[in-house]
Design a protein. Structure first.
Length: 272
């Protein structure tokens, strides 16, 4: 079975405080985007087989997709095995939830392939054991996420949003970003107010202080005529610019690549 695994962006991410379990209490508005990975998932007699288009991610034991398959088989006491092939499109360590979405896609596919009746709520509980962002990808709609990210309230965005998503070619470690925030907690700068939200990401200050490329790109985006505003997604390192029309994004992409380097990752995205 083929499964699309959409990435996400955070339209805002507020950190409310540190929790006794070491995680941070969040309120974040996340939206799936048109960029995503694709997975081929099938049931086999036994064992977990995993291949990936990106050789850096080929270690089956480390990959969240195989961990999800293992968790599903264990939860429902299934004796069969799973074969997964992952075609990676979403940059890694980018704050786009790529690995989390792959894991959720495996859970959704296995529910269908095995015919096990299990509500989205129960699947999301299983997903939460794999990572804070995984439950969001079970629902796959724009959502207000609370707790450590696993408490999901689907929302409908009033505005149709689109833009350009860019990635510098290096990642930001999520545990490092939260730890650095905790040493010096200060909110991200609020950006433009849209109908449903005001752009803001509290993980920008730690990421921006270590990686000057990020604020440089954000500021450059904000100076472009077709850009409404720009923000880093999640713990970084991707940055997105919201544009006033679909047609405007391609011109922005061309100028971005000319300014910052032709080999960089830059994709037009639809949001929600
Ligand atoms: O849940 P996930 O594996 O994605 O989290 C990665 C790391 O990010 C955690 O180990 C923790 O250090 C940090 N984190 C946090 N608060 C959250 C989510 C993640 O401190 N709400």
């Amino acid at each position: 079975m083929k499964q699309f695994a959409p990435a996400k962006i955070n339209l805002y991410l507020h950190i409310l405080g540190r929790r006794p379990d070491g995680f941070h209490e969040l309120e974040t508005l996340m939206a799936p985007i048109s960029l995503g990975d694709t997975l081929e998932i099938e049931l086999i007699k036994s064992g977990l087989e995993f291949t990936c288009s990106d050789s850096a991610l080929a270690d089956a034991k480390e990959n969240l997709a195989t961990k999800a398959a293992h968790a599903f088989l264990h939860e429902f006491h299934l004796g069969s095995g799973v074969r997964i092939h992952l075609e990676k499109q979403v940059p890694v360590g980018a704050g786009l939830g790529g690995g989390s979405s792959d894991a959720a896609a495996v859970l959704l596919a296995l529910r269908e392939l095995t015919g096990i009746s299990c509500s989205n709520g129960r699947l999301a509980q299983l997903a939460a054991q794999l990572g804070s962002d995984v439950p969001f990808f079970i629902h796959r709609t724009p959502a207000l996420c609370r707790g450590r990210g696993e408490i999901i309230e689907p929302v409908t965005l009033k505005e149709k949003l689109q833009g350009l998503l860019v990635h510098p070619g290096f990642g930001v470690s999520t545990p490092w970003a939260y730890k650095t925030y905790a040493q010096n907690p200060r909110p991200g700068e609020p950006g433009r107010a849209f109908a449903d939200f005001t752009l803001r990401n509290d993980l920008e200050p730690p990421a921006f202080s270590k990686y000057p490329w990020l604020p440089t790109v954000k500021t450059w985006f904000q100076q472009q005529p077709e850009v409404l505003d720009a923000l880093m997604s999640g713990s970084g390192s991707s940055v997105f610019a919201l544009t006033n029309a679909d047609a405007a994004t391609e011109g922005l992409r061309t100028r971005f690549l000319a300014e910052f380097g032709e080999t960089l990752f830059a994709r037009a995205i639809l949001i929600g």
